[in-house]
Design a protein around this ligand. Structure first.
Ligand SMILES: Nc1nc2c(c(=O)[nH]1)N[C@H]1C(S)=C(S)[C@@H](COP(=O)(O)O)O[C@H]1N2
Ligand SMILES: [Mo]
Length: 562
């Protein structure tokens, strides 16, 4: 066989039905196991018919930690209990996280189910057994019926675009949710907060203590919480990145929300404990749910520096927009860290420990790291990543949408949000009608009120000269004159965090300020023919044959002889 024939044979062997789509990048490349293909998983019942696992009775070993704390197991204080759970998990082969980066994102709602996490809870058992079902019930009860459920369990959801910026303060049912585990159900009467570690006088406080205004002054702040995954879908559409144990959900522009939070400043609570022992520099927050990583069970733990707490910028909150904190947002008590990445605002808070160094817990030290663009699966070390704390300036266009056909008379109304972390605020928002060459500022009167720690929603009418495809782009300048990188590629990173680049929205512009366009649109109307879909050939001509002949009669022909 000569080389040519050999190649033909090889090509035939690897030909597959979707070869063309594969070459064009439209088909999944080894999309891997889907969320629903779990035939490799051995059911818990068949493996452990007596309900016990490795001789361990989960209803005893993993019972509710405290009466009235459904779904809470204390792992951090009991390494032996953690070892028991790890030994049980080692018996099972769990399905991998679903592939949705190199394969199409499913068009279902919930988009992803989270079978792996559901099974982890079932495998450990005890008080965790029914947490996935109970958590979903909380979602259906507390969230708006139109939420986009990106991940059913652990629940991750964002509001639809038309509702995200409808009001400058996000109504509670529309505030996005990012969970790493189930939703614990804690009886407020039985609730206590433990303060220990390097505080001078360790204390255990009840909710009544915290609400006692003789002990602690009450504080309310309007604060935007932004997940570092906001607008992640733009990074995913460029290049695939980290597929962590906890799915990096395919967020659009809605993983951000603004609420009036009420509670007490953590600084005052630390003062109540006599302050910190010398050398204490960080406060570690413990969330009550169970967090799984690499077959290990833990609680959700992160930390913030004492210097941040000292500014009264860390709130322990029990109210959200003048309503009791919803269960899904951390009832009965959560942390709200102003201007930081959402991950530090711990929900279902049960313990605060003063420590010397930033927390070594995985969420703090192994996740939410921001890498250089050339660092990836093969060469990433944890210490190369910047631990994300203050969020950078960012913004998004919420209307029109990507690939919308916009019929206008030379001006288009654009709406969106803008936010900057670290106590900086949006000072100016600019919108470009032509991919980022001309920039029109949003009039200050068209931006919502300025706050130190909250976003601003905005609306602007800008001139658009384009016919056909163009790109609307927005960017924000904060009060320190920081602005945004131009393209997703400029700040793409392996962890797919912090998509702070300018937001580009492709629209098809039909500009009726141009006489010919206006006439043509009238024709569509008169004939009752819909303009969309754009790609469908039009049944009536743009020019009559008479007009065509008239043109050639008065102009040079197509080809000249001399
Ligand atoms: N206990 C606990 N706290 C948590 C989380 C979590 O999974 N568990 N997720 C964090 C992350 S990553 C974000 S972005 C915010 C989201 O807050 P929200 O769900 O109230 O919008 O909560 C943070 N606090
Ligand atoms: Mo987050």
């Amino acid at each position: 066989m000569d080389a040519r024939e050999d190649r033909d044979v090889q090509q035939q062997q690897k030909a597959r039905a979707d070869e063309w789509k594969l070459e064009q990048g439209f088909a999944p490349r080894d999309g891997g196991i889907g969320d629903k293909d779990i035939d490799t998983f051995l059911t818990i019942e068949s493996r452990f018919p007596d309900g016990k696992r490795n001789g361990i009775d989960p209803n005893v070993a993993f019972a509710e930690e405290k009466e009235g704390w459904k779904g809470y197991i204390e792992w951090e204080k009991y390494p032996e209990k953690r070892a028991q759970a790890a030994s049980i998990l080692a018996n099972f082969k769990f399905p991998p996280p679903p592939e949705f980066q190199l394969a199409p994102v499913p068009d279902t709602n919930p988009v992803l189910e989270g079978i792996r996490w559901k099974l982890w809870h079932k495998a450990v058992g005890g008080t965790l057994t029914d947490v996935p079902e109970l958590s979903w019930k909380v979602v259906l009860k507390e969230k708006h019926p139109d939420m986009l459920h990106l991940l059913q369990f652990p629940y991750n959801g964002e509001s639809p675009k038309r509702l995200t910026t409808a009001e400058p303060i996000t109504p509670n049912p529309l505030h996005f949710v990012r969970n790493h585990g189930g939703i614990p159900d804690i009886d407020p009467e039985k609730y206590t907060l433990e303060l220990d570690g390097l505080v001078k006088n360790p204390q255990t406080l009840t909710l009544a203590d915290l609400k006692n205004e003789e002990l602690f002054p009450r504080q309310s702040n309007l604060v935007t919480i932004q997940c570092s995954g906001t607008r992640r879908i733009e990074q995913i559409s460029e290049y695939a990145g980290e597929g962590d144990e906890m799915i990096n959900a395919p967020w659009a522009e809605g993983a951000i929300g603004t609420a009036k939070w009420t509670g007490v400043s953590l600084k005052k609570v630390i003062k109540h404990c006599g302050g910190l022992v010398d050398g204490a520099k960080h406060l570690e927050f413990y969330g009550a749910e169970t967090y799984f990583k690499h077959n290990e069970v833990q609680n959700y733990v992160v930390s913030v520096p004492w210097s941040k707490v000292k500014l009264n910028e860390v709130l322990l909150a029990w109210e959200m927009n003048d309503e009791p904190l919803p269960k899904i947002h951390g009832f009965p008590l959560r942390v709200v860290v102003f201007g930081y990445i959402g991950a530090r605002s711990v929900k279902w808070l049960y313990r605060i420990k003063a420590i010397q160094k930033p927390s070594r817990a995985p969420v703090q030290s192994k996740e939410y790291l921001y890498f250089n663009g050339q660092v990836g699966k093969h060469n990433q070390t944890l210490t190369q990543g910047i631990q994300i704390q203050e969020m950078p300036v960012s913004s998004a266009i919420m209307s029109p949408w990507q690939k919308d056909v916009v019929i206008h008379d030379g001006k288009i109304t654009v709406k969106g949000w803008a936010y900057s972390g670290g106590g900086r605020w949006p000072e100016r928002v600019e919108v470009s009608p032509d991919g980022g060459f001309l920039w029109y500022p949003v009039p200050v009167d068209n931006m919502s009120k300025k706050h130190k720690f909250a976003w601003r929603t905005w609306e602007v009418e800008i001139p658009v000269d384009a016919e056909g495809w163009t790109e609307l782009v927005c960017r924000c300048w904060d009060n320190s004159l920081n602005t945004q990188p131009t393209f997703v590629r400029s700040a793409w990173n392996w962890g797919l965090h912090v998509t702070s680049s300018c937001h580009h929205v492709k629209i098809y512009s039909v500009n009726t300020s141009k006489p010919l366009t206006k006439m043509r649109m009238q024709e569509f109307k008169d004939k009752g023919v819909p303009f969309e879909p754009l790609t469908r050939p039009t049944e009536f001509a743009t020019q009559s044959m008479e007009e065509y002949e008239n043109f050639w009669a008065t102009h040079d022909p197509r080809d000249v002889d001399d």
